[in-house]
Design a protein around this ligand. Structure first.
Ligand SMILES: [Zn+2]
Length: 491
């Protein structure tokens, strides 16, 4: 085929061994790693929605036969450092690998090969090899250097540019909350054959700038790669829960306040049934995994507005006589604010902390937004800025928090009759302990100090990601813990 790279170009060095197509190195599995800086601000997960907030990040991809492991080290938020690993074991098993705290968690019973390949082809050598090995995915090859590929299970074509036997660029589209249907581009520079430079762009914003490298795993590490952590039997979970699922349930918090859980895995929202309609905390949306090529949404098919539209349908069924009066966006992070178009389409007022209200209003109204209920109604989102304390009717108050370790501006929703305060990503306890989780101590102690000073003492604090309900009296005990003592000294 004209334009396909010479076969010799597909054979890279592999620490002295040979690396052929999708096969393994003769000396053991090869790990491809990207080391660089990830811009959480450009990802809309930083302290503020502006680029330039970068954190050291490492993505590693290991392939052995049809098994794939992805390991990541970096920050998912300004206040969340973490390592995680996931193994794809075709045909139908995904394993969350918990080397530091066994057992692993396994999801079985759902085909995983296509997802595994979205990790494999981030390695530009493997992407090139795949193009040669799978001509049935090439839908166009109009210029010598450009391949248009339609990968199974992906909605958008991917355009790959290859010159002199090297991938220069791979470009596709993704539906990204607060951005719309926008280009995502992997741009490769090959000044050094064994350490290409990657710039991963979302629109024109560099999100991840990194250097790639290949190394053969030692025989010892290779032998341990697919073992179960701690030699323990993994926790088994049905495959339909991977990577996320919708399983809506409503829990009564008393006095016309509710928590709706399972909006997607790990997302819960307060709903307050006021005399003049429902007030909701946060507008859920999708989550696009940028470490995959093409990027994939955790809940495929729901796009940017679909999760909130589905949530609204659930509320209409549960509260048929009641309008949706307002949604309060707790902070600017795309996973909490990105679904607000659905609430605007339902006629709700949209509130957000004042410093980010202007950004959110223009982001939510971008012309790049794919079709949804709001576009069908030719509607627009107006974001009402909140400062200090704002009452919504008699039963709800929005309280603005000062800048903290998670985000520069946030608000919480106080259901005054029920005495329940909803916030997102600030207080996220895993238990009813009197001390905060060590890894999250900075944010937890910061929030505890604010809550003790600003909330009525009998208030119960709930959050969007974990089940515990925390009385403010427990947050006062946080402040007496060693963890919060150390945090106070370090300020
Ligand atoms: Zn957040």
């Amino acid at each position: 085929m004209k334009g396909l790279p010479q076969r010799s170009a597909l054979i890279g060095s592999c620490a002295g061994g040979l690396f052929l197509l999708l096969g393994a190195c003769s000396q053991g599995p090869v790990e491809f790693c990207l080391d660089g800086e990830f811009d959480l601000g450009a990802r809309y997960q930083g302290l503020r929605p502006a680029g330039g907030e970068t954190y050291a990040t490492r993505f590693c991809y290991i392939v052995e036969g049809d098994r794939v492991m992805f390991r990541s080290r970096g920050q998912s938020n300004p206040d969340m450092q973490g390592d995680w690993a996931v193994a794809f074991l075709p045909p139908d098993t995904v394993r969350i690998v918990n080397r530091g705290s066994p057992p692993d968690v396994e999801f079985s019973g759902k085909p995983v090969s296509n997802e595994a390949l979205r990790y494999v082809r981030v390695d530009p050598r493997r992407l090139l090899a795949e193009i040669e090995a799978r001509p049935e995915w090439i839908t166009e090859h109009s210029q010598d250097e450009l391949y248009v590929l339609q990968y199974p299970g992906n909605p958008f074509p991917t355009k790959v540019t290859v010159t002199d036997g090297r991938v220069r660029q791979a470009r596709t589209l993704a539906d990204i909350p607060l951005r719309g249907r926008v280009p995502v581009t992997w741009r490769w520079q090959w000044e050094q054959e064994d350490s290409p430079r990657l710039t991963l762009l979302v629109e024109d914003d560099p999100v991840f700038v990194a250097t790639g490298s290949w190394q053969t795993l030692s025989p010892g590490e290779a032998a341990r790669l697919w073992e179960r952590s701690g030699g323990q039997e993994p926790v088994q979970v049905p495959g339909d829960r991977w990577p996320a699922r919708i399983s809506l349930e409503i829990r009564d918090l008393g006095q016309d306040a509710y928590l709706v859980t399972g909006v997607r895995t790990g997302f819960a929202h307060i709903v307050i049934d006021t005399d003049d309609g429902l007030v909701v905390g946060d507008a859920p949306t999708g989550w696009v995994e940028l470490q995959q090529l093409p990027p994939a949404d955790l809940v495929p098919g729901f796009g940017i507005s679909g999760l909130s539209e589905n949530f609204i349908d659930f509320l209409r069924e549960r509260f048929p006589e009641t309008r949706i009066r307002a949604v309060a966006l707790t902070h600017v992070h795309d996973d909490h604010a990105g679904g607000a178009r659905a609430f605007a389409a339902a006629g709700a007022d949209v509130y957000a902390p004042k410093p980010v209200a202007g950004f959110l209003e223009s982001a939510l109204n971008r012309t790049t937004m794919p079709d949804d209920r709001l576009s069908a109604a030719a509607g627009e989102v107006t974001v009402i800025p909140v400062t200090g304390r704002l009452a919504i009717g008699d039963d709800v108050e929005l309280l603005v928090l000062p800048a903290g370790p998670h985000v520069d501006s946030a608000l919480g929703v106080l259901a005054t009759k029920a005495g329940v305060f909803f916030q997102s990503d600030l207080h996220v306890p895993r238990s009813d302990d009197d001390t905060p989780r060590e890894k999250r101590a900075a944010t937890e102690c910061w929030f505890a100090e604010w809550a003790v000073a600003n909330l009525p003492p009998d208030t119960i604090v709930v959050n969007s990601h974990t089940p515990p309900r925390t009385p403010v009296s427990r947050l006062a005990r946080y402040l007496e813990s060693d963890a919060c003592g150390a945090w106070r000294k370090s300020r």
